[in-house]
Ligand binder design. Sequence first.
Ligand code: TEU
Length: 537
Amino acid sequence: MNHPDVSSTDWWKTGLIYHIYPRSFCSSYGGETGDVPGILSRLDYLEDLGVDAIWTSPFYPSPDVDFGYDISDYLGVDERMGTLSDVDDLISGLHGRGMRLIIDGVFNHCSAEHPWFKRALEGESRDYFIWRDGSRLNNWASAFGGRAWSNLGDEAYFHGFHPRQPDLNWRNPEVVDAVLRVMKTWYDRGVDGFRLDVFNSYIKDVEFRDNPWRRDLLGVIGRVLFPYIGQRHIYDRDRPELLPILKKMRLLCDEKDDRVLIGETLDERFRYEKAHEYCGPERLHLVFNFGLLHSRWGAGRFARSIEAWANSLGPQQWPTWVVSNHDFSRAASRWRFDAEDKKGKLVAMMLCSLRGVPFLYYGDELGMRDLSLSRRQILDPPGRRFWPFYKGRDRYRAPMSWTAQKDAGFGTDSPWLPFSADWRQRNVATQRADPNSLLNCWRTLIALKRKYSVLRWGEMFVSHQKGVLFIRRTLNTSVSLTALNMTRSVRRLHLDTVNGVFSPLFKTDPKARFQKRDLILPGLGGGVWLKERDGIY
Ligand code: TEU
């Protein structure tokens, strides 16, 4: 809403959304976990970074079986993380600075401690959950391992994740109404949208048919070790009856026209071929596709992944771009950033040049690496269950390092998870003072995306050549060209199509330059150039 050419209704099409894991962002009470006032105390930072909105992972009351994704009260705030009035302050603090708040809507399941489930156990409103005769269960499996059914007496209830996260029965209209009431309550408080956790799992097959087993190696491994990955998830998610529910959610959301719904699609193959089907009018504004997050490093691979997602959506919808989140290894570790974070700068240029909405996971702007944890430090349930084959997600949730002081500026020197190994060097204060830091690179690029209409609204063309990724955007007379050398060696490329003079908006290295129609890029170097079109391009 600070852009001259972005109406408040359209802000989500081109803005950048910063993802905060509240337990790990900043602790204002000096408790082990971060809290809502901690986020509030960092609004200067977020404003200076230039983000349009923040998305907060859950801060609701939770027994912490899945660290907030098991909610025991949808309308409250966990006492370790603050109060409702702190959330009100956060909303007005953000709005006062032209930023917005998107909260996590975890409505596929709740906590077994939620009053709804407690009541169901007492025989009241049992239909809020999914029950089956315990002797006639199907083969559906939990994403956290094992079967998705837990027996209670003669019956069993369904849980797509941990047994302490019973799935809500979305075929019950009372559940739909109850969730919509929750959403309305938060909208009335002033929140600007929801990120919907695994929304494509809300509705399951009405006949509870068995999922077929895969016919490849995963099918074999699945049958023996981890049934979830061995199945084709035809009947436990992506059912057609989901669409009328999304329509209701969208109608409610659209009562105010600048709010946004962002869906997280569950798919163990990470290609999310169905993701585009959930975007659009009467559906969600934005949907995640983690193709890029799961891509290996390389210009060709990135180009293919970007094109597949953008093309599946077409020109009317807006893609999201995610390279890290609280569930998967951070970009810096996965793609093995070099000591100087040259790769990190290429990633920043890529995300800020693509058409659509980049998501920036807290700490990625510093190039934070994954934690390395011993078995006894692991808290995440799948990590505890499958160690050493899978070590859980705690490693991607290290407390943010703000300064080089004793407690990293986090607010306590004994946080719930350890600080990253290199926090004394890699922190906000150090990087803010260094003009060549990754943090300052992100600040500059976010500002460029704000300043140049072509970087927000321009049509996008992606290509690659000799390990260099090109992102070209065009809008009226403007053309931007982002060229990113993903290899370690110098690249000299003859660009036939270049006509007219490109001026650099940002370069990682002064040696990155045009020489007539040749573009020269040092290893792991790149830049963003702009020209006003003069004649045929
Ligand atoms: O994640 C969906 C999900 O199940 C995967 O991303 C999962 O984390 C991965 O396969 C590793 O097991 C959402 C949330 O983002 C996640 O934090 C929650 O645990 C999950 O839903 C259940 O609410």
